[in-house]
Design a protein around this ligand. Structure first.
Ligand code: TRP
Length: 334
């Protein structure tokens, strides 16, 4: 708890550009969470270097991501949006937690196996202990809830195991986090294969709408979106492509699937796709304008980075001191 609020922590990697799926499925719904939770959103650049990165690109993407979060409506006065690498407590706690995590547990992590297969020329120790750093992120802020996608649930599970193990040895040190189960956003699927989630790491650029896509690109991608041969705009699982387009349209316009089906009754897919594309363009335009405006204001963004980095460090240090004391490190003479 911070004050009378529970703590929410989430981290995002600055690898790849955010998609419409990230926005409608997560980000958009996070905006109101700061009323209920003390929210920390970290740009997890320490995690990013488990895969080889070009330094200039990493730096730019990390800043863009941070700016985009603000552009999307997360108020940086109410949400602590900061760089993980600016708070040394993450790595310090990660080392300690490494000593409380078994290799057997890490060997079971499916994401490690996937990434190791994909990057077989660079299976480094950081990639292996990635979940421990993630546990450190979460436990450092005594987070109560963590909004994560399915792909990260196993990492949250190991975080809970590590926290419970530590607590059982040293007493109540860490809050044991729960996955955040609040209002969930729309689950947006790939435009090219509606059985797959829209992903920022999809190899096919036509499969995803990126938040920075211009209007022409958005319209072109929707025109090419995979549908079916039914020829009727209906909200049925048997028509996954159209189902997904209806979900997108509803998330962008606030209409219900029933209203949408009525609106396009008797109309062709071409017309429907055009309308979906336009609804997306209408959502992205203000976001892109805000992003461009914020990006120009270097001093403002720098100020946020500094202030929120300090805020995060303050809470991180509180936990870290407690942990260091528990494991038996001598107190520093100040
Ligand atoms: N591993 C997460 C991902 O790739 C990012 C992340 C790092 C994270 N630390 C976190 C998410 C802590 C939630 C909480 O999506």
């Amino acid at each position: 708890m911070i004050g009378d609020k529970k703590v929410l922590f989430s981290g995002m990697q600055a690898t790849g550009s955010l998609t419409l799926g990230n926005y409608l499925g997560a980000l958009k719904n996070w905006i109101s969470l700061s009323d209920e939770y003390e929210c920390f959103y970290s740009v997890v650049d320490l995690h990013s270097i488990t895969i080889r990165q070009d330094p200039a690109t990493l730096r730019k993407r990390a800043r863009d991501l941070l700016t985009l979060y603000i552009a999307a409506g997360l108020d940086p006065e109410k949400n602590c949006i900061y760089y993980q690498s600016h708070v040394s407590g993450h790595t310090e706690l990660a080392w300690i937690l490494n000593c409380f995590t078994y290799m057997g547990e890490l060997n079971r992590m499916t994401q490690f196996k996937d990434k190791a297969a994909k990057h077989s020329d660079n299976i480094n120790a950081g990639l292996y202990t990635y979940p421990v750093l993630m546990a450190a992120d979460i436990l450092l802020y005594q987070a109560d809830v963590v909004p994560v996608g399915n792909d990260q649930l196993q990492h949250l599970e190991i975080t809970r195991d590590i926290a419970q193990r530590f607590n059982s040895i040293y007493g109540d040190v860490f809050t044991v986090p729960e996955p955040y189960v609040g209002k969930v956003g729309a689950r947006i699927m790939s435009l090219q294969d509606p059985s797959k989630k829209m992903s920022k790491s999809d190899d096919n650029p036509n499969a995803s709408i990126y938040l920075m896509d211009d209007a022409d690109t958005v319209m072109r991608k929707f025109k090419r979106a995979v549908t079916d041969s039914e020829g009727c705009v209906a909200y049925r699982r048997q028509q996954p492509g159209i189902y997904n387009l209806i979900d997108i349209y509803c998330a962008c316009t606030g209409k219900t699937p029933e209203e949408t089906v009525r609106e396009f009754d008797g109309k062709g897919y071409g017309e429907f796709k055009l309308a979906v594309g336009e609804s997306v363009v209408d959502v992205l335009r203000p976001l892109q304008e805000k992003f461009a405006e914020l990006s120009k204001d270097r001093a403002y963004i720098d100020g946020i980075i500094k202030k929120n980095g300090e805020k995060a460090s303050y809470y991180a240090l509180k936990t870290l001191r407690k942990v260091q004391k528990k494991v038996g490190f001598p107190e520093k003479i100040r």
